[in-house]
Design a protein around this ligand. Structure first.
Ligand SMILES: Nc1ncnc2c1ncn2[C@@H]1O[C@H](COP(=O)(O)OP(=O)(O)OP(=O)(O)O)[C@@H](O)[C@H]1O
Ligand SMILES: [Mg+2]
Length: 244
């Protein structure tokens, strides 16, 4: 089982859009795939029309393996299951901080599904918290959407600094450019700057696209309704890169 986190310490950068489409691309290429929504906003579940499970609370998530596995739902797509989030996930950090080995709990929580899935994708909330540190420890790869703007560049630097300070493996971090507008010279300039200093940046970038923006209307991965659009097809390409 390979664990891939879509993570950024910055909000609204395209983590959920990437999680949903990468999970779809993974399932389509034959992997038994679980998308685990860790964000109390529950956007991944919304896109897949999967209702949040009320039984799975912040405590049971980490302590009750049966409730955890019982809360997994099938999506409308072959090979693709979802663990939907609910609002109680907002208190993850409070519960984690009271637990022993508080940075290894996600690893433990995911143990029961090891072997059931080839790929587990984690849609993460936007902060650097105890939950995020669990993600940093357990993930094989951390894909980080970066909108090529000055503030996003700064946030990415903060993430690398945090990894260095806390001793996490920064080789797990794979940034990719998100919501790129090629008409903006600042976007192009910042992409060039970040690429020059970071060999791990993905080749594939995701353009800003109304087809992707409309996922909320379709309530499906963009790849499921507009796979021929170049901006949307970029997610398939991104998936090829992520899994290599
Ligand atoms: N490539 C894109 N082009 C246009 N709009 C996009 C693109 N990617 C995402 N969006 C839109 O931008 C908004 C934020 O995207 P998304 O929810 O994926 O970000 P996020 O990082 O998961 O946000 P949060 O930090 O709140 O979880 C959404 O309305 C989404 O539809
Ligand atoms: Mg999100």
């Amino acid at each position: 089982m390979k664990l891939i986190a879509c993570y950024s310490n910055k909000g609204g950068v395209g983590k959920t859009a990437a999680s949903v489409n990468l999970a779809y691309a993974s399932a389509l290429s034959g992997n038994r795939t679980l998308l685990c929504d860790l964000d109390p906003q529950g956007a991944s579940g919304f896109y897949f029309r999967v209702k949040p499970s009320e039984k799975l609370k912040n405590t049971t998530f980490f302590e009750d393996t049966k409730k955890f596995t019982d809360s997994i739902r099938e999506s409308d797509f072959h090979n693709l299951d979802l663990l939907p989030a609910n609002i109680s996930f907002r208190d993850f950090d409070i519960f984690l901080s009271r637990m022993k080995k508080s940075r290894s709990r996600l690893n433990k929580a995911l143990k029961p599904v090891d072997g059931e899935y080839d790929i587990v994708l984690l849609d993460c909330p936007p902060n650097i918290s105890l939950l995020s540190e669990n993600v940093f420890k357990v993930a094989d790869r951390i894909v980080v959407p970066v909108i090529p703007t000055t503030l996003s560049q700064r946030t990415l630097e903060q993430l690398y600094d945090f990894f260095k300070k806390q001793g996490y493996k920064s080789s797990k971090i794979f940034p990719f450019f998100s919501m790129v507008q090629q008409s903006k010279s600042l976007h192009l300039q910042i992409m060039e700057e970040i690429r020059a200093g970071n060999k791990q940046v993905m080749e594939t970038w995701i353009p800003f696209s109304t087809h992707i923006e409309r996922m909320g209307v379709h309530r499906a991965p963009a790849l499921a309704y507009a796979e021929k659009e170049a901006a949307v097809a970029a997610y398939s390409q991104l998936w090829q890169e992520v899994q290599n």
